[in-house]
Write a protein that binds this ligand. Structure first.
Ligand code: DGY
Length: 332
C-alpha cells in the first residue's frame, strides 16, 4: 500500500486528490508552521512519496530516514534549492517542482514590488493612516517613474521573461543578462542582451533578480555590485533571499547608494522582527508571497500531487528536476 507524507497544511486540492487514490495511506503534518526536523525524519519513515515545501531540506539524512522504498519527493515550489539533487539522483529518487503554474503570479508580485517602491506606496499609506494628510503637497512622495525607465533583469527564465512582458507593457526598455541568451525574445519583443551582470546593473533604473539560488548566485548582489547601481535605482528580489547580501543592502539603502529595495525573499528567512532592514523606510519587505494567489496555490498543490500519482503509478512525472532518474527507470 503506497504511503505518502505531506509536510504542511497546503491547499486541499492536491491532498484530496491523493486521498482519493484507493488504498493509499496519506499522512500529513497539517499545521501552518514548519515541521520540526526530528518529527519530519520520524514521519517520513516508510514513505513512497513526500510532498515537501521549500522549508524542508531534502538531503541524504532525509532520504535515508525515509528508507529505500522512497520513489519521489514533490516540492510545492518552482525553486528547489532545498533539494540536494545529487543525493536524490544517486539513490534513484525522483525530485519534482512546480514550474509554469506560478510564472505569471510571481511576476505580478515582482512588478507590484517595483511599482510600490518606486511610487512609495507603503510610506504614503502609512502617512494617511497616521493622520498626516492635511493638504495636497507639491513636494510630497515624489518617487521614480516606471514608464520609459530601464528594467534590468538578472535571469531570463520563465519568470524573468514574464517580468519583461510586464515591463514592456509599461513602455520600459528591457535589458537582461542570462548565461543562456534568448535571441528569440530579443527579436520578438526588442529586449536587449548585455554581456555581463555588471553592464545590466550599471544601466538599469530597476534591477530585478530572477536567477535560481546556487553557489554562483549566493550574494550575487554584494556591496560591490550594489555600488554599481544608479543612486536612483531600485532593487527587486522575488527569487531567493541569499542572492542579496543583507548587510550590504542595508548599507546601500541607508547611505543612499541606491534608492529603494522591494523584497519578497530575505536572508535569513523569515526576517526577524528586529532586523535592521526593517528600520528602513526605503525597504519594502513582504513574506515570500509571490506565488500566493488562490488559483496559483491550488494549481501548485494539484501539480505536486499529480507528480506523485504519476510516479507511484509507474508513469513519468510532469515536471521532474532530475530527468535522468525518470529515464533510468524507463518511465513514460
Ligand atoms: C517558488 O515556487 O520557488 C516560490 O519561491 C514559492 O512559490
Amino acid at each position: 500500500m503506497p504511503k505518502v507524507f505531506i509536510t504542511r497544511n497546503i491547499p486541499a486540492i492536491g491532498p484530496d486528490k491523493l486521498r482519493k487514490q484507493s488504498g493509499w495511506e496519506i499522512d500529513q503534518w497539517s499545521k501552518d508552521e514548519v515541521i520540526p526536523r526530528d518529527e519530519l525524519l520520524r514521519r517520513v519513515k516508510g514513505a513512497d512519496a513526500v510532498l515537501s515545501l521549500l522549508t524542508e531540506r531534502i538531503d541524504a539524512e532525509f532520504i535515508e530516514a525515509a528508507g529505500p522504498q522512497l520513489k519521489v519527493v514533490a516540492n510545492l515550489a518552482v525553486g528547489f534549492d532545498n533539494f540536494v539533487v545529487p543525493e536524490l539522483t544517486k539513490r534513484g529518487v525522483i525530485g519534482t517542482n512546480t514550474p509554469d503554474v506560478l510564472t505569471d503570479t510571481t511576476a505580478d508580485l515582482a512588478f507590484a514590488l517595483l511599482m510600490a517602491t518606486s511610487r512609495m506606496l507603503p510610506q504614503a499609506e502609512k502617512y494617511v493612516k497616521d493622520g498626516h494628510w492635511h493638504t495636497w503637497e507639491p513636494l510630497g512622495f515624489m518617487g521614480q517613474d516606471v514608464h520609459h525607465a530601464t528594467l534590468g533583469l538578472l535571469g531570463m527564465g520563465r519568470i524573468g521573461a514574464a517580468m519583461a512582458r510586464r515591463g514592456a507593457g509599461f513602455e520600459m526598455k528591457v535589458i537582461y543578462y542570462d548565461a543562456y541568451r534568448r535571441q528569440d525574445l530579443e527579436q520578438q519583443y526588442g529586449y536587449e542582451y548585455r554581456n555581463s551582470i555588471e553592464e545590466v546593473i550599471r544601466e538599469s533604473d530597476f534591477v530585478s533578480v530572477h536567477t535560481p539560488l546556487t553557489e554562483e548566485t549566493r550574494h550575487l548582489m554584494n556591496a560591490e555590485r550594489l555600488a554599481m547601481m544608479k543612486k536612483t535605482a531600485i532593487l527587486i528580489n522575488s527569487a531567493r533571499g541569499p542572492i542579496v547580501d543583507p548587510d550590504a543592502l542595508y548599507d546601500a539603502l541607508k547611505n543612499g547608494t541606491i534608492w529603494a529595495a522591494g523584497l519578497d525573499v530575505t536572508e535569513p528567512e523569515p526576517v526577524p522582527s528586529d532586523h535592521k532592514l526593517l528600520t528602513l523606510e526605503n525597504c519594502l519587505i513582504v513574506p515570500h508571497i509571490a506565488s500566493a494567489s488562490i488559483n496559483t496555490r491550488n494549481n501548485m498543490s494539484e501539480l505536486a500531487a499529480d507528480n506523485i500519482i504519476n510516479v507511484l503509478e509507474g508513469r513519468a512525472p510532469k515536471t521532474p528536476v532530475n530527468k535522468e532518474v525518470v529515464e533510468q527507470k524507463g518511465l513514460k
